[in-house]
Design a protein around this ligand. Structure first.
Ligand code: ADP
Ligand code: MG
Length: 362
């Protein structure tokens, strides 16, 4: 092969995504039970894809198809340039972590971590060196000899993480691994996952129904509902640019309000506003405008008048309800604020354009 040709091959390989999932479908037997509609996405090395959706939307089903625990009806999975959809789980070079750790309680931490290496036939002294290295990385230095039964829930999850990583998988799959842990521990585990991703550059796919966890950890997102993709994209896309009314609600956008669109402008209760460039293709006429509550700010000097309807402290921020030209809106104020119901003030819009959705047909 000429050097030019070889360089081209190398360049193509570099630009290929690490994981490419195309038109994956699955139907549980019998025929009328849940089916997962065509799913396609790509994942780059060192990135974390979050599969987000309510309970029963098909998140675990999709993850199990990638892991090889279920066989797809159709579609393909290419990992590192090679098809893997026909391979059994143990030949896919990936690890999976579940909510339940599946650790062996009668063994030590070290023995649990080493299981995968033992199966590969690695001699015991090497296994120990490797396992202790990994235990250090997950913050469990000196835990090698400890009985598993002496560990807390969070420590057990870290042992499960160490056991998955010790075999050096090319892909890490996580199915709601922290949903049993208390909120503080959950956050800590989230930051472990971010550290591991950064240090190892290992691509990960994580399933969760927890929006906050998803937004904190994900680089890419896939939102599922009833086995169908609702939206996929970056953090910006799913946070600010909902694909439809359902995603807007699911992503916790408080203000989805009426407007009348004409070309690049939309008439709303806040006056005449500019339409987001990506929404100009939305047909003219009645639309929904989507305003995250942080785009609205209380400002008594503003010419747009508002009357306070109520407020409640949510820990870290105060949720204020205000009436603006007959529309009830939600505004979030950082910290603890107290506004009297009926108080007259004003609001300011902190964005230069607004996201619009076609008004849903009832
Ligand atoms: P999620 O992880 O998003 O909560 P799942 O992928 O576990 O959802 O399940 C999606 C749907 O498939 C659910 O309605 C569930 O009841 C159904 N389901 C899961 N496992 C089976 C099975 N073995 N046989 C039939 N239906 C199943
Ligand atoms: Mg699940």
């Amino acid at each position: 092969m000429s050097s030019k040709k070889r360089r081209r091959v190398v360049l193509t390989r570099l630009s290929e995504p690490f994981l490419q999932v195309t038109d994956l479908t699955y139907q549980y037997a019998p025929a009328k039970s849940f089916s997962l509609g065509k799913q396609s996405f790509t994942l780059e090395k060192g990135k974390l894809l979050v599969i987000l959706g309510p309970s029963g939307s098909g998140k675990s089903t999709l993850l199990q198809l990638i892991a090889g625990l279920l066989r797809p009806n159709e579609g393909e999975i290419i990992m590192g340039g090679k098809p893997i959809h026909h391979l059994p789980p143990e030949k896919r070079n990936l690890s999976m972590i579940f909510q339940k750790t599946y650790l062996l309680p009668f063994l030590t931490v070290g023995a649990n971590v080493e299981i995968g290496l033992k199966l590969k036939g690695m001699p015991s002294h090497k296994r120990r060196v490797r396992s202790e290295e990994i235990l250090n990385q997950v913050g469990l230095t000196g835990f090698y000899q400890r009985p598993l039964s002496s560990l807390s829930g969070g420590q057990e999850q870290r042992v499960a993480l160490a056991r998955s990583l010790v075999i050096e998988p090319q892909l890490l799959l996580l199915d709601e691994p922290f949903s049993q842990l208390d909120p503080l521990l959950r956050r800590q585990m989230g930051s472990w996952i971010s550290d591991i991703k950064r240090m190892w550059e290992i691509p990960m796919i994580m399933v969760t129904h927890d929006r906050e966890e998803a937004l904190a950890l994900g680089d890419q997102f896939l939102i599922l509902r009833d086995g169908a993709e609702q939206q996929s994209g970056t953090l910006d896309n799913i946070y600010y640019e909902p694909a439809n009314r359902w995603t807007a609600d699911f992503m916790g956008i408080d203000n989805v309000l009426d407007g009348i669109k004409k070309g690049t402008r939309v008439t709303t209760f806040l006056g005449d506003l500019k339409v987001h460039p990506h929404c100009i293709r939305v047909p003219d006429g009645p639309v929904r405008i989507v305003l995250r509550s942080e785009w609205l700010q209380l400002d008594f000097t503003s010419s747009i008048k508002a009357t306070i309807e109520g407020c409640s402290f949510r820990g870290e921020y105060t949720e204020v309800k205000a009436n603006v030209n007959g529309e009830s809106v939600v505004i979030k104020q950082l910290g603890l604020s107290n506004y009297e119901r009926g108080m007259e003030t004003g609001v300011r819009l902190a964005t230069s354009n607004v996201w619009c959705l076609p008004k849903e047909v009832m």
